[in-house]
Design a protein around this ligand. Structure first.
Ligand SMILES: Nc1ncnc2c1ncn2[C@@H]1O[C@H](COP(=O)(O)OP(=O)(O)OP(=O)(O)O)[C@@H](O)[C@H]1O
Ligand SMILES: [Mg+2]
Length: 164
């Protein structure tokens, strides 16, 4: 596991999202699960991720649509928010098979709601409240960890030293 790391405000969550986007932008086939309670900062991170890849205009949260597709540089990305999924079986009706992770990548909020119908994650991001701030930790499977590690390394060394 990488982290936990403190994110002092939404700007830092966005910075992390942008760095993750750039770390993975050369690769396809990733499935990213975003764990965290309501308001933990999952959509904030995803918006910054998509923004960093050049998505312009309003980036809608798929709160009600459950799914929001993006075409970026020849890759197909999906942003999923499964909070309002009533039954994992409903996933089969969302047309996910048309845009498999191999076409680009999936960013999934509330993956717990997908039951066993989602592919296994390559990367899991956990956001937790920490007072008014957030704490983040990331687990990444083989082949992905080395891409993510530098993102954390950079952030950790960028934390100011404590003491006088
Ligand atoms: N590191 C942070 N410190 C403090 N506030 C933050 C931080 N990161 C994000 N926020 C704020 O927390 C809120 C998170 O909202 P966001 O919609 O991203 O949460 P979410 O996890 O997607 O929630 P939901 O489960 O409802 O989709 C936003 O107001 C955002 O500005
Ligand atoms: Mg959200």
């Amino acid at each position: 596991m990488l982290g936990p790391l403190s994110l002092a405000d939404a700007t830092e969550t966005e910075a992390l999202g942008a760095r993750l986007a750039l770390a993975l932008c050369e690769r396809s086939g990733w499935v990213v699960f975003l764990h965290g309670d309501l308001g933990a900062g999952k959509t904030t991170l995803v918006r910054a991720w998509l923004r960093a890849l050049g998505v312009q205009g309003t980036i809608r949260s798929p709160t009600y649509t459950l799914i929001e597709p993006y075409e970026i540089d020849g890759r197909s990305l999906l942003h999923l928010d499964l909070y309002r999924l009533n039954d994992p079986e409903e996933l089969l009706q969302l047309g996910l098979a048309d845009t498999p992770p191999q076409a680009g990548g999936w960013l999934v909020e509330w993956p717990e709601r997908g039951g066993g119908e989602l592919p296994a994650p390559d990367i899991e991001i956990r956001l937790e409240p920490d007072g008014l701030q957030r704490r983040v930790s990331i687990s990444a499977g083989p082949g992905w960890r080395e891409l993510i590690e530098p993102v954390f390394g950079f952030r950790i060394t960028s934390v100011p030293e404590a003491g006088p």
